[in-house]
Structure formats: structure tokens, C-alpha cells
Design a protein around this ligand. Structure first.
Ligand code: BES
Ligand code: MN
Ligand code: ZN
Length: 495
């Protein structure tokens, strides 16, 4: 798919998405132009039949001449339109436009929303809008048809319409385009079946990324992982026929880096629960337990393409959590890379054990910030549902900036606490800590566990267990992987 920036009257796509404010019918240049192309028929139809008035999520289709079909998309009222609602409108319009185009091209106009409301979620300029529009279009158009026999044609070209492009606006469009690519990459990898997307398969993809983008790659096999003393991580994977892999990619800018960040992604290629085996319904979507790893691999590619001025490390501890004769067991005591010992209370709390070693590894990288992203706890779904990501960490400034960036990126985050008291939940009599405790405060307790394995003064943890994968479609994203937090993380790293 290619993205082009064009002037309003210069589109060549046969299908045009035109936004309409409720009660401001002829507000946009594009609407006026399309109306003139239709010899007034467009406005005439709307006014005669009164079936479209620009309400939020309302759409109206009309072929205005032999070459051009118009999809009007209602924005609702100016003071009610948030970035997230706008994203939903764009994704929804893209899904409809896809069924209309014959030349596999869609044009979409660039709008902005400036109003008296001081809330950043309700105000967005053209740069913000370009990022949201390009990402949300691609969210709407996303489909994983690798295993479907009858494949539908793909959209080849997206034209972004606007009359004057500044350098900043071109850059924003570029950021939006590469961010949307990262999201698609991640969703494809999450959608891939676990018998294919093994640690080896993902490590091969990482090596390929490194080659294509001139990124440094270190890929450790089982013996090398042992040499690194990552015995906690190793234990989780020992029940699987697929050997674990530890991936470390490093992107370095040409200039002296503005900052250095390590991104760690949970990489359980399938989470059966281990000896504490999951019930069938809970296991159903557990190929998604490597979403964190897929996300950091998507993000590092985007940052390289965008020639970011930060040094970025992408770290994934990849393994499969299975039940078998060689699997790790309850009561086992594991020693992580930093020497701390963990009594295994539940083999299904495996993510934190693999992340423990991955976080220890980051201590040696001399970075300014460490951020992990993980489908870590079912408890976060109970607390925050499927549309809000849990954020925890040890540096309030970092967390505040991240949450602010998520608002700008049309994504939802909410901070949860890490308190010293939580250590009582994980008290062990024979080791430094257990990996699980009772049912209370599951998400915070997992974060407290992780905090024992980093020395970083700016470590942040994103629990995406609720948001990474949708069992039911929402207004923006269809059932399946969401690519959550990729938009926010890229915007955060670039800022
Ligand atoms: N991968 C799961 C968490 C998860 C649950 C992700 C639902 C996506 C959807 C994680 O490894 C897990 O099994 N966590 C356990 C921890 C418990 C044993 C303390 C959980 O949340 O049930
Ligand atoms: Mn688990
Ligand atoms: Zn898991």
C-alpha cells in the first residue's frame, strides 16, 4: 500500500471519503468541490431525502459521475469530536470505501478540529490529524487473509488530500504511514498460528529486519541463554519442543543519540499455562501472548525508517509455555540473571518470569529508559476492560508523559499503583519471592514482581492483556489483534 499527499482537486482515486460536520454542511473545500463535480446533485440528494446530516458515524454513498464515488462520513458536533471518535469514523469509513472502489484507490481529506475546548483529546491540528487519519485508515482496511482461499483485492493507494503541505505536515504524514506499517506488521505476526510463529520463526524475522534496516542483531540460542544465566526464562520454555530464543536488536542513529531506550516485549509464542494448564476457553487466543514481542519488532522498524535520533533496543525473550514431561513445575525454585530466586507458585504466571531475565539483561545496556509491553495479567481485563491499557512504573515523570502521549495518539491508558505493601502477596519462606499470590490486585502485584529485576530509574510497564486482542469488534478495530500502544510508543519515542 502506498500513501500519497495531494492537493484537494488532484485525486485520481475513484472513491473519495469526505468528512461532514453536523450542521456545517458545506464546511469543507472538498465537499464544495465534490458538489460542483456533481452539478449540485450531492447537496440536492442530502437536502431532499434528509437521510444524512453529518451525525457521528453516519455515512452516505453517492456516485457523482462515472469516475467518482463519494462516501460522506459524519463527524458529529465540533466540541464532541475527540481524537478517538475521529479514529473510529476513519476506520469505519475505510471499511465501507473498500467495498466501493474499483481501482483499489481511496482518497481522504485531511481535516482538523480546533475549538474553544481546551482538552487535548478534543482539539487536533493537521499534523495530529494526518497521523490519526493514516493509521486509522489502515486499521479499517486491515485483513489477515493468508489462509483464506478466496482473497479480495487489496487497496493499493491512499491519497491524503490537503491544499498546502508544510514540512511539518509531510513529516507527520510520514510518521503516520510508518506507524500504520508497524501496526500491520505486528497484527500479521500475532495472527500467525503458533505452530508456525515459534521462537525460531520470530527470531528469523528479527534477523531479517536487522539486515534490511542496518540494525545490529544479537540472537541467543538455548546454550547462550544459559551462559547469560537466564535460568528463570529458560525454565518457562523447557516443556516445549520449540527451543527458546533471546532477541536483541539495536538501532543506532547516525548522530549522537538524543536518548537511549530499551523496549522489552513479552514473547510467549503460545501460553497453554504449563502444568497449571488453562481451561480451553482461556487458551483459545493464547497465540497472542507474543504481542509485546511483535510490537517491539514493529516499532524498531518504524523508528529506523523514520531515521529517529534515539538509540533503540528491541528485546524479546521468546519461548512457549507448555505442559509436558519436561515442563517446569509448581515448587521449582528458579534463579534469575541478577541472582534473585523465584518459587514457582503457578506456572501460568510465566510472562513475569521471562520478563525478569529480559529486564536484568537491560541493566547492562546503559540506557536512559526501559519500557516493557506485555499481555501479562487477566486481572487487568477485570480492572480496565478491553480498551484501556494499564501503565505502571517507577518514574512518575515518564508515566505522565506517556499517558499524555496516549491521549494525543487516540489511545487509552490508566495508571495503576506499585506499592511496597504488595510484596506481602508474593512472600515465600524458601526463596526471595513467589511468582504469584492471591487473587487480589493481580496487575499491580505482577508489576511489583517485575520491579525487582530492573535497576533502571525510569522503568515503565504496559499491561496489554486486555487491549492486545479483541474477542469482539469495537467501533475502530475488528475482532483480532489491535496493535495497541504502537501509535503511542512511536509518538512517545519521537517526542
Ligand atoms: N498470558 C496470560 C495473561 C492473559 C490473560 C493475556 C488473558 C490475555 C488474556 C498470563 O500469562 C497469565 O496466564 N496470567 C495469569 C496469572 C495468574 C496465574 C496469577 C492470569 O492472569 O490468569
Ligand atoms: Mn500464563
Ligand atoms: Zn502468558
Amino acid at each position: 500500500m502506498r500513501f500519497l499527499t495531494k492537493k484537494t482537486k488532484e485525486f485520481t482515486a475513484d472513491t473519495v471519503i469526505c468528512f461532514v460536520w453536523e450542521d456545517y454542511k458545506t464546511d469543507t473545500e472538498l465537499l464544495k468541490y465534490l458538489n460542483s463535480l456533481s452539478n449540485g446533485e450531492l447537496m440536492n440528494q442530502i437536502e431532499t431525502y434528509k437521510i444524512f446530516n453529518g451525525e457521528f458515524m453516519q455515512t452516505f454513498k453517492l456516485a457523482i459521475n462515472e469516475d467518482t464515488k463519494v462516501l460522506l462520513a459524519g463527524l458529529g458536533k465540533k466540541d464532541k469530536l475527540t481524537r478517538q471518535k475521529f479514529s473510529q469514523i476513519v476506520a469505519n469509513a475505510a471499511r465501507t470505501a473498500k467495498t466501493m472502489t474499483k481501482n483499489n484507490s481511496i482518497a481522504v481529506e485531511l481535516i482538523e478540529n480546533t475549538n474553544e475546548c481546551s482538552n487535548i483529546t478534543n482539539n487536533f491540528n493537521k499534523e495530529d490529524s494526518a497521523k490519526i487519519t493514516l493509521c486509522s485508515l489502515r486499521i479499517g482496511l486491515y485483513e489477515f487473509d493468508k489462509y483464506v482461499s478466496e482473497k479480495k483485492p487489496k487497496i493499493e493507494t491512499i491519497e491524503l488530500l490537503n491544499d498546502d503541505y508544510t514540512k511539518e505536515l509531510e513529516r507527520a504524514a510520514e510518521i503516520g504511514a510508518y506507524t500504520s506499517f508497524a501496526m500491520k506488521f505486528t497484527k500479521d505476526l500475532v495472527n500467525e498460528q503458533a505452530q508456525i510463529a515459534t521462537p525460531q520463526y520470530i527470531a528469523n524475522i528479527a534477523a531479517q529486519i536487522a539486515k534490511e534496516h542496518k540494525i545490529e542483531a544479537k540472537i541467543y540460542d538455548k546454550n547462550q541463554i544459559k551462559e547469560l544465566n537466564m535460568n528463570a526464562f529458560l525454565a518457562v520454555g523447557q516443556g516445549s519442543v520449540h527451543e527458546p530464543k533471546f532477541v536483541h536488536l539495536t538501532y543506532k542513529p547516525k548522530c549522537t543519540p538524543r536518548k537511549k531506550v530499551a523496549l522489552v516485549g513479552k514473547g510467549i509464542t503460545f501460553d497453554a499455562g504449563g502444568m497449571n494448564i488453562k481451561p480451553a476457553t482461556s487458551m483459545l487466543t493464547m497465540k497472542d501472548d507474543m504481542t509485546g514481542a511483535a510490537s517491539v519488532l514493529g516499532i524498531i522498524q518504524a523508528m529506523a525508517k523514520l531515521e529517529s535520533d534515539i538509540e533503540l533496543h528491541a528485546i524479546c525473550a521468546l519461548c512457549e509455555n507448555m505442559t509436558s514431561g519436561s515442563a517446569y513445575k509448581q515448587g521449582d525454585i528458579l534463579t534469575a540473571m541478577n541472582g534473585k530466586t523465584i518459587e514457582v507458585d503457578n506456572t501460568d504466571a510465566e510472562g513475569r518470569i521471562t520478563l525478569a531475565d529480559a529486564l536484568c539483561y537491560c541493566d547492562k545496556l546503559n540506557v536512559d529508559e526501559v519500557i516493557d509491553i506485555a499481555t501479562l495479567t487477566g486481572a487487568v481485563i477485570v480492572s480496565l476492560g478491553n480498551n484501556i491499557t494499564g501503565v505502571m512504573g517507577n518514574n512518575q515523570k515518564q508515566i505522565d508523559k506517556f499517558i499524555e502521549t496516549s491521549k494525543k495518539s487516540a489511545e487509552n491508558t490508566w495508571q495503576m499503583p506499585i506499592l511496597d505493601e504488595l510484596k506481602d502477596n508474593l512472600k515465600s519462606n524458601i526463596a526471595d519471592m513467589k511468582n504469584t499470590g492471591g487473587r487480589q490486585a493481580g496487575t499491580s502485584t505482577a508489576a511489583w514482581f517485575l520491579s525487582n529485576f530492573t535497576k533502571s530509574k525510569a522503568w515503565m510497564h504496559l499491561d496489554i492483556a486486555g487491549t492486545a486482542y479483541l474477542d469482539k469488534s469495537n467501533k475502530e478495530t475488528l475482532q483480532g489483534p489491535t496493535g495497541v500502544m504502537i501509535r503511542t510508543l512511536i509518538n512517545y519515542l519521537l517526542s
